[in-house]
Unconditional design. Structure first.
Length: 134
Protein backbone atom coordinates (compact mmCIF):
# COMPACT_ATOMS: atom_id res chain seq x y z
CA UNK A 1 0.00 0.00 0.00
CA UNK A 2 1.41 3.41 -0.96
CA UNK A 3 1.83 6.21 1.61
CA UNK A 4 -1.31 8.21 2.36
CA UNK A 5 -3.58 5.52 0.98
CA UNK A 6 -6.53 4.60 3.14
CA UNK A 7 -8.41 1.34 2.70
CA UNK A 8 -12.02 2.08 1.97
CA UNK A 9 -14.58 -0.24 3.49
CA UNK A 10 -17.23 -1.14 0.97
CA UNK A 11 -20.50 -2.98 1.14
CA UNK A 12 -22.23 -5.28 -1.30
CA UNK A 13 -23.77 -3.72 -3.30
CA UNK A 14 -21.25 -0.86 -3.23
CA UNK A 15 -22.32 2.47 -1.76
CA UNK A 16 -22.01 5.64 -3.86
CA UNK A 17 -18.66 7.48 -3.49
CA UNK A 18 -20.21 10.44 -1.67
CA UNK A 19 -21.27 8.07 1.12
CA UNK A 20 -17.91 6.38 1.72
CA UNK A 21 -15.22 8.77 0.48
CA UNK A 22 -14.11 12.05 2.07
CA UNK A 23 -15.52 15.36 0.87
CA UNK A 24 -13.77 18.72 0.51
CA UNK A 25 -14.65 19.37 4.16
CA UNK A 26 -12.68 16.28 5.24
CA UNK A 27 -9.59 16.75 3.04
CA UNK A 28 -6.82 19.26 3.67
CA UNK A 29 -7.00 22.41 1.58
CA UNK A 30 -3.45 23.70 2.05
CA UNK A 31 0.00 22.28 2.58
CA UNK A 32 1.95 24.43 5.05
CA UNK A 33 5.22 22.87 3.79
CA UNK A 34 4.59 24.09 0.23
CA UNK A 35 6.60 27.20 -0.66
CA UNK A 36 4.90 30.39 -1.81
CA UNK A 37 4.52 31.56 -5.36
CA UNK A 38 7.83 32.17 -7.18
CA UNK A 39 6.92 35.63 -8.56
CA UNK A 40 4.05 38.04 -9.11
CA UNK A 41 3.41 36.77 -12.65
CA UNK A 42 2.71 33.30 -11.26
CA UNK A 43 -0.28 34.81 -9.47
CA UNK A 44 -1.44 37.01 -12.36
CA UNK A 45 -1.31 34.41 -15.15
CA UNK A 46 -4.04 32.12 -13.73
CA UNK A 47 -6.22 35.17 -13.04
CA UNK A 48 -5.81 36.22 -16.67
CA UNK A 49 -6.90 32.75 -17.81
CA UNK A 50 -10.08 32.97 -15.72
CA UNK A 51 -10.86 36.58 -16.68
CA UNK A 52 -10.54 35.92 -20.42
CA UNK A 53 -12.25 32.52 -20.52
CA UNK A 54 -15.36 32.53 -22.72
CA UNK A 55 -17.35 29.33 -23.09
CA UNK A 56 -20.01 29.75 -25.75
CA UNK A 57 -22.16 26.80 -24.65
CA UNK A 58 -22.00 27.32 -20.88
CA UNK A 59 -23.36 29.94 -18.52
CA UNK A 60 -20.85 31.25 -15.95
CA UNK A 61 -22.51 29.19 -13.21
CA UNK A 62 -22.00 25.95 -15.20
CA UNK A 63 -18.21 25.76 -15.01
CA UNK A 64 -15.51 26.18 -12.43
CA UNK A 65 -11.96 27.48 -12.67
CA UNK A 66 -9.58 26.70 -9.85
CA UNK A 67 -6.28 28.40 -9.04
CA UNK A 68 -3.77 26.75 -6.70
CA UNK A 69 -6.56 24.56 -5.33
CA UNK A 70 -6.03 20.97 -4.20
CA UNK A 71 -7.37 18.60 -6.86
CA UNK A 72 -8.22 15.15 -5.43
CA UNK A 73 -8.32 12.69 -8.33
CA UNK A 74 -8.15 9.05 -7.20
CA UNK A 75 -11.01 7.48 -5.25
CA UNK A 76 -8.82 4.46 -4.51
CA UNK A 77 -6.34 6.82 -2.79
CA UNK A 78 -8.48 9.67 -1.45
CA UNK A 79 -5.58 11.59 0.11
CA UNK A 80 -3.64 11.85 -3.18
CA UNK A 81 -3.87 15.27 -4.76
CA UNK A 82 -2.19 17.70 -7.09
CA UNK A 83 -2.27 21.48 -6.81
CA UNK A 84 -2.25 22.81 -10.38
CA UNK A 85 -1.77 26.50 -11.05
CA UNK A 86 -5.10 26.63 -12.90
CA UNK A 87 -7.79 24.24 -14.10
CA UNK A 88 -11.17 24.31 -15.81
CA UNK A 89 -14.03 21.93 -15.15
CA UNK A 90 -17.20 22.23 -17.22
CA UNK A 91 -20.66 20.94 -16.42
CA UNK A 92 -20.24 21.58 -12.70
CA UNK A 93 -21.68 24.52 -10.78
CA UNK A 94 -19.32 27.37 -9.95
CA UNK A 95 -20.24 27.01 -6.26
CA UNK A 96 -20.13 23.83 -4.20
CA UNK A 97 -23.56 22.33 -3.35
CA UNK A 98 -25.15 24.47 -0.66
CA UNK A 99 -23.54 27.62 -2.07
CA UNK A 100 -20.13 27.17 -0.42
CA UNK A 101 -16.92 28.23 -2.13
CA UNK A 102 -14.72 25.24 -2.86
CA UNK A 103 -11.89 24.45 -0.43
CA UNK A 104 -10.66 21.83 -2.89
CA UNK A 105 -11.91 20.00 -6.00
CA UNK A 106 -12.84 16.38 -5.30
CA UNK A 107 -13.47 14.48 -8.54
CA UNK A 108 -15.57 11.71 -6.97
CA UNK A 109 -17.96 14.30 -5.52
CA UNK A 110 -18.04 16.50 -8.64
CA UNK A 111 -18.55 13.50 -10.92
CA UNK A 112 -15.98 14.66 -13.47
CA UNK A 113 -12.33 15.48 -13.97
CA UNK A 114 -11.17 18.91 -15.08
CA UNK A 115 -11.19 19.44 -18.84
CA UNK A 116 -8.03 21.60 -18.87
CA UNK A 117 -5.18 21.70 -16.34
CA UNK A 118 -2.38 24.31 -16.54
CA UNK A 119 0.90 24.14 -14.67
CA UNK A 120 3.04 27.26 -15.07
CA UNK A 121 6.78 26.79 -15.18
CA UNK A 122 9.06 28.63 -12.83
CA UNK A 123 12.76 28.26 -12.12
CA UNK A 124 11.86 25.93 -9.24
CA UNK A 125 9.60 23.63 -11.27
CA UNK A 126 11.41 23.67 -14.62
CA UNK A 127 13.93 21.05 -13.42
CA UNK A 128 11.06 18.79 -12.34
CA UNK A 129 9.74 18.83 -15.93
CA UNK A 130 13.19 18.60 -17.56
CA UNK A 131 12.96 22.06 -19.13
CA UNK A 132 15.24 25.07 -19.00
CA UNK A 133 14.00 28.59 -18.43
CA UNK A 134 16.27 31.36 -19.40
Amino acid sequence: MKPNSIPIAQSDPPLPPEQVLPTMYDLKSEDPQEPGLPDEFHDLQPQLLSWTLRLKNYNPDEFFTGTDLNLYYDAAHPQWHKRPDWFLSVGVPRLYPGGDLRRSYVTWIEGRNPLVVVELLSPGTSKEYGLAIG
